[in-house]
Design a protein around this ligand. Structure first.
Ligand code: ADP
Length: 388
């Protein structure tokens, strides 16, 4: 390796596509090592711009913007999957180190390709079929090739539950989404779990403890997240093993967040993955020996991976914009929450709040999960994000 290619050399350049909250928290972690993080996103008012001066305004979906940005870098990573991978393929050909690699990103960006990958690798996942469009789905229903209830997912551009529709019976066919999609059997879910795995180029692999997610049924967004998950040690070990297997099968370096369903029969099924820091790992900043953001940096830079041990049980609460409020964000109840022991508030600094927009998160650590849950309910009731 050339000395200037060492991440510890002052000229070394690590870049990330996306400057939202994940980019911001990556830049904060990079700051601990005084490592500059170069960020590409469309607006200097975005969260990451506050904490890194190396912010380039541009569109991560645009070939030229991504290519020009990448040309200046030694290593490039992402905080969002929906980026221009054609430019990444070109940069990779020209020798740039990119984690996750663009070929893997092409699979992960397309939920249909992801499911085919799990099928090919014999990774347990809910049974599925792929369709060209809504018409093809209706035809398959007429031919009884699909039975109710089922879950429809658009193949691309789904995010935070927006590309997912649960079709219970013939009366709800009006909820079918347009475009290429996959149809999945509806799983009888006991718990929704996630395991974040890190891999580096030296072949080291580590999993964070499994977390349990509780969703806001209206917004289809994670509302509470518990660590550790209330599962047996055998299931914990099985969940970590499965997540590591998925990361190894993808051959991904960096983080891979693996979302799992535990069904009512006790089976673990892979739902989907994200090759980057993930909402289900935010608690690690305050509750684990190494945060997911530092771990991602370690993994993409091929440093030794950090310990994933828990320092304390924790609950993470997503701070979602209050219903009925759109406009400049005002935070109510901050001081009351700050007075509670073990409460760590992380605000992303988004100027405008909207109903259910992710505006921040709070991690509550305590000596027991039950105590942390009590405090999390208080925080949820106290802290509100409204428009001013
Ligand atoms: P997104 O990419 O938008 O997060 P997901 O595929 O994770 O979409 O689905 C969002 C949520 O929908 C899941 O967390 C789960 O609650 C529910 N869901 C998704 N697939 C199924 C399924 N096959 N059976 C039952 N519920 C599902």
């Amino acid at each position: 390796m050339k000395p200037t290619n060492s991440p510890l050399h002052p000229d070394f350049k690590l870049g990330v596509l996306g400057g939202g909250q994940l980019g911001k928290m990556l830049a904060l972690a990079a700051g601990n090592w005084h490592l500059p993080l170069y960020v590409l996103d469309s607006d200097k008012d975005f969260p990451a711009a506050r904490v890194t001066p190396f912010f380039t305004e541009g569109n991560f979906k645009d070939y030229n913007d991504v290519y020009q940005f990448g040309k200046r870098l030694d290593v490039l990573t992402i905080e969002i999957e929906h980026v221009n991978t054609e430019a990444l393929h070109q940069l990779e050909k020209e020798g740039l180190t990119i984690h996750p690699s663009p070929g893997k990103l092409d699979i992960i960006k397309d939920k249909g390709a992801q499911k085919l990958f799990y099928q090919e690798k014999r990774i347990p996942t809910a049974p599925f079929q792929l369709f060209e469009d809504e018409q093809a789905v209706r035809l398959a229903i007429e031919k009884k090739a699909i039975t109710f209830p089922f879950v429809q997912k658009t193949r691309t551009a789904g995010y935070d539950g927006r590309g997912v529709s649960v079709i219970r019976d013939a009366n709800s066919l009006g909820d079918l989404l347009p475009g290429a999609c996959l149809i999945e059997a509806q799983v009888e879910i006991d718990k929704e779990l996630a395991v974040i795995v890190a891999r580096n180029a030296d072949g080291e692999t580590r999993a964070f403890p499994a977390v349990e997610m509780e969703f806001n049924p209206e917004a289809n967004l994670v509302e509470f997240l518990f660590c550790p998950a209330a599962i047996t040690p055998e299931l914990e070990a099985a969940a970590e093993k499965l997540a590591i297997q998925v990361a190894v099968d993808y051959d991904i370096y960096g983080l891979l967040a693996v979302e799992l369903f535990l069904d009512k029969k006790g089976q673990l099924l892979v739902n989907e993955v994200a090759p980057r820091p993930h909402n289900s790992g935010h608690h690690t900043i305050d509750s684990c020996y190494t945060s997911q953001f530092e771990q991602h940096l370690r993994a993409v830079l091929n440093f030794p991976l950090g310990s994933t041990r828990m320092k304390a049980p924790s609950v993470m609460v997503n701070l979602l914009g209050a219903e009925g409020h759109t406009g400049p964000a005002v935070y109510q109840g901050m001081e009351d929450c700050l007075a509670i022991e073990g409460v760590h508030i992380h605000l992303y600094g988004k100027a405008i709040t909207k109903p259910f927009r992710k505006m921040g998160h709070v991690t509550i650590v305590d000596e027991s999960l039950e105590k942390a849950k009590d405090k999390a309910r208080k925080v949820k009731a106290l802290l509100k994000i409204v428009s001013g």
